[in-house]
Design a protein around this ligand. Structure first.
Ligand SMILES: [Zn+2]
Length: 61
């Protein structure tokens, strides 16, 4: 008998707050959309944003 809550125990990717960091090429829950030098929108995690001096699009005016 399957219990309704069983699916919550899967090691799945959370529904929100995680994205593919294009800089270190892995999923991160700190990834935010940034614009690279060519104007493309990519996700970068917190440590990569600090390392590469990237500004999240949502933080811009
Ligand atoms: Zn990263």
């Amino acid at each position: 008998m399957a219990e309704p809550t069983q699916t919550d125990n899967l090691p799945a990717i959370p529904r929100t707050g995680i994205a593919w960091c294009a800089w270190h090429e892995a999923y991160s829950n700190t990834a935010r959309p940034v614009q690279d030098s060519s104007g493309a929108r990519l996700f970068a995690c917190l440590s990569c944003r600090q390392a590469y001096d990237l500004v999240p699009i949502t933080d811009q005016p």
